[in-house]
Write a protein that binds this ligand. Structure first.
Ligand SMILES: [Zn+2]
Length: 150
């Protein structure tokens, strides 16, 4: 089966009988971009949406995740493959929740957890961008609530 992301070859990394052996579930991993997914008779891949802090929901975008992580890893000894692997582990975790809508905060936290294990500088960079964004948002909220009080 071809990878749904890059259309290259995948390998089966695990097969398991489900529902009393009626369904065989296979976990597959792309040989090239390391994207992981499961198949029954057809592709089992949740269509993920991301719920942002402001409540907006948008389709999950792997490219965006990879771009953000790649940026944090700039000039660090982290390979593109490490970044792909990180993205796959994060996706695995969010797919395991079996919920189609993922809070953006959860994705950010998962990335931070993974980066911490890979490269400390990249982790700090990502965390600082991520946290300053959070602070900017809470600042905006705070400012808005002050206006209301007046
Ligand atoms: Zn692939």
């Amino acid at each position: 089966m071809k990878c749904p992301i890059c259309h290259k070859g995948t390998k089966v990394i695990d097969s398991r009988a489900a529902q009393d052996g009626i369904i065989i579930r296979r976990r597959r991993s792309c040989r090239w971009c390391k994207f992981r997914f499961s198949t029954h008779e057809e592709l089992e891949l949740l269509t993920l949406s991301v719920k942002k802090r402001d409540g907006q929901v948008e389709p999950y975008d792997r490219e965006k995740l990879i771009a953000g992580v790649t940026y944090a890893c700039g000039k660090r000894p982290v390979t593109q493959e490490d970044v792909f692997k990180l993205a796959s582990s994060v996706e695995q975790r969010i797919q395991d929740r079996k919920k189609e809508v993922v809070p953006s905060k959860l994705i950010g936290d998962l990335v931070i957890d993974h980066l911490k294990k890979i490269d400390e500088v990249a982790y700090l960079r990502f965390a600082s961008v991520y946290k300053s964004f959070k602070n900017a948002e809470s600042f905006k909220k705070e400012a808005a609530s002050l206006k209301k009080k007046r």
